[in-house]
Ligand binder design. Structure first.
Ligand code: AHG
Ligand code: MN
Ligand code: MN
Length: 321
């Protein structure tokens, strides 16, 4: 089985390889803390603070944020980063000559932290547009998702896995914790074209627009020739875990706009763009209901976007509905 660093050496340039290896090292630490669940340091529960989107921060959100920031800063190849947990992007002093910036959701699925349910780290990597030798600027982070040079996530679940793309397909690595190394278990993953899963928080049904209601109703009612249900519903409430299951099994994930949240809940820069990049690399696509996510021009770091994402066949069905 190919080890992560071997793979990166042949797949991408040394700087991007170093960025992944910084995330790899940080993920060992976060994965270990996630695994303790109530043992060891006092790391569970709410921090008592809010992030810029108004979410309650969990202690583990803030912990993961710190671990990842240190690792990326010390890598020397990242000029700055923008994290879901901070109001502003940060320029890494001393790294001004670096070519890349990172956008990150350090811990996705906060509500699942304390209950031993899958959570993750989602990230995207861009080449900066500002001039090297200067501090990073807002435009470096507000690039359309299509400009990502790589993206990925770490899933802290029954096992810890790193899923990534550098623009040449999607690859899945599993962590061997006692060796502190990732090994590739799947390469060039293609999401099944015709999946069975639809993933949506149905509590908001009455708030969905009528077209989306029609699609959900279609999924509920549709039967195969043998009279069995065509679709099944699955929703974990951690984007990273819902995405991972649907990537491998085939399905469609929707976090739409609702009356309460007209732009949905997910953040374009930290969540939608990396996932949209990965799903395209796996043969699917993602939209905001109208436009391809990867073509949207972000105007604010923390802006939200509705997200419809999945395998081609199911996405075409949603779009038709
Ligand atoms: P985060 O923990 O980074 O704030 O993200 C939580 C997000 C996402 O992971 C998940 O898909 C969604 O919130 C679930 O929201 P609902 O509980 O509204 O369904
Ligand atoms: Mn998140
Ligand atoms: Mn988060």
């Amino acid at each position: 089985m190919t080890e992560l660093n071997e793979f990166l050496a042949s797949e991408t340039n040394p700087q991007i390889a170093k960025i992944f290896s910084a995330i790899e090292k940080a993920s060992f630490i976060v994965s270990k803390e996630v695994g303790y669940q109530g043992l060891g340091d006092d790391i569970l529960g709410a921090k008592g603070s809010e992030n810029s989107t108004g979410d309650q921060q969990q202690k583990l959100d803030v912990y993961a944020d710190g671990v990842l920031e240190r690792a990326l800063r010390n890598s020397g190849v990242v000029a700055g980063w923008a994290s879901e947990e901070s109001d502003h992007f940060v320029s890494f002093e001393g790294n001004e000559d670096a070519a890349y910036v990172v956008v990150i959701d350090p811990l996705d699925g906060s509500s699942n932290i304390d209950v031993n349910v899958s959570i993750g780290t989602i990230f995207g990597i861009y080449e900066r547009v500002s001039s090297r030798r200067e501090k990073v600027m807002a435009q470096d982070f507000l690039q359309p998702g299509r400009r990502q040079v790589a993206a990925g996530y770490v899933l802290y679940s029954v096992s810890t896995q790193l899923v990534l793309s550098t623009g040449h397909g999607v690859h899945v690595f599993t962590l061997e914790p006692w060796k502190r190394s990732y090994h590739r278990i799947l390469d060039h993953v293609k999401t099944p074209a015709d999946g069975k899963v639809y993933s949506i928080n149905e509590v908001n049904f009455d708030d969905f627009n009528p077209r989306l209601q029609r699609f959900v109703q279609y999924c509920r009612d549709k039967k195969n020739e043998n009279g069995k249900r065509r679709y099944t519903g699955r929703y974990i409430g951690s984007l990273v875990a819902d995405f991972h299951r649907n990537l491998l099994k085939g399905g469609v994930y929707v976090y739409p706009s609702t009356g309460e949240a007209p732009s949905g809940k997910l953040r374009l820069v930290y969540e939608c763009n990396p996932m949209a990049y990965l799903i395209e690399q796996a043969g699917g696509y993602a939209t905001d209901g109208e436009k391809n996510i990867l073509d949207l021009q972000p105007t604010e770091l923390h802006q939200k976007s509705p997200l419809y994402l999945g395998s081609k066949v199911m996405m075409d069905e949603v779009m038709k509905a």
